[in-house]
Ligand binder design. Structure first.
Ligand code: 13P
Length: 282
């Protein structure tokens, strides 16, 4: 129990035909809420933060907190840098003890993405850490500031990419996007199936917020082993905080703290139930 390598969690998920939830965090309350849900459900999770979030949630503060929370947890937790863009930030995260990093070169041409990913793999190997990369283009960005569209992952390119870089996990683009979907997404399961048949690498689904339980299950059946959830947790935290502040009586930080923890806890719990195939489909 405690801090583990992401690779181990992906392996366990593959063996059980499940997915591990990777929950984005941006403050103390989010870390507490996610860990509480994982512990109560006796389930391994991944705590992650994206490079683009660091202006609001500096790595020098978040990094040690996330790693310590994982070390002291009653369940296995991997700590991951989501959408890493630069080697110095990857190195900083690894120095804090992150057990996994993502190098996101998805907006680059194929060869450049591969070269950048290889640099990340070489660096992470010095720490024994796991590496995730992305091929194709998932819509939007973690903080909603950029949207270069969606480009589905090419299954043959995915095989070449994984063979040449040696990554441990690959984020695929199958019509998924970050943030709240304006209309329910139609995921390209045929593309996912083709990728899964050509690769022996755990696949990652970004843009988890708003995907239906049924589509999550279908994706898990086709090789998705890590599912990223960010927006739903931020929204749930905000909603609980709003309800608290709009409630009768006097308010203080401690009540607000508990509301924020509760918001994240509820959302993480709900997603764990789906990813672990506990929740019956309605
Ligand atoms: P959502 O914000 O859509 O849940 O996506 C999260 C994500 O993919 C983080 O990388």
């Amino acid at each position: 129990m405690g801090l583990v390598k992401m690779k181990e969690l992906l392996k366990q998920a593959s063996e059980k035909n499940r997915a591990v939830g990777a929950f984005s965090v941006g403050n103390l309350e989010m870390v507490k809420g996610a860990v509480k849900a994982a512990e109560e459900m006796n389930t391994s999770i991944i705590l992650q933060i994206a490079e683009v979030r660091l202006p609001h949630s500096p790595l020098m503060l978040m990094g040690p907190m996330m790693v310590e929370a994982a070390r002291n947890a009653k369940v296995d937790i991997a700590v991951h840098l989501d959408h890493g863009k630069t080697l110095p930030v990857l190195k900083q995260a690894l120095d804090y003890g992150f057990t996994s990093v993502m190098m996101d070169g998805s907006t680059l041409p194929f060869e450049e993405n591969m070269a950048k990913t290889l640099e990340a793999v070489r660096l992470a190997r010095e720490y024994g850490a796991t590496v995730e990369a992305e091929l194709g283009l998932v819509g939007g960005s973690e903080d909603g500031s950029i949207d270069e569209g969606i480009r589905c992952t090419n299954p043959d390119d995915a095989r070449t990419f994984c063979q040449r870089t040696g990554v441990d996990a690959l984020a695929v683009a199958i019509g998924n996007a970050h943030g709240n979907y304006p209309v329910a997404p139609r995921l390209a399961f045929d593309v996912l199936k083709a990728i899964d048949q050509k690769l022996d690498v755990p696949l990652v689904l970004h843009g988890g917020t708003g995907i239906t339980p049924e589509d999550f299950r279908k994706a898990i059946g086709l090789g998705i082993r890590k599912i990223n959830i960010a927006t739903a947790s931020f929204d749930s935290l905000t909603k609980e905080a709003e309800q608290y502040l709009e409630s009768e009586g006097k308010h203080d930080y401690f009540g607000l703290n508990e509301a924020m923890v509760r918001g994240v806890y509820e959302n993480v719990r709900q997603h764990i139930r789906i990813f672990q195939c506990i929740e019956p489909l309605t």
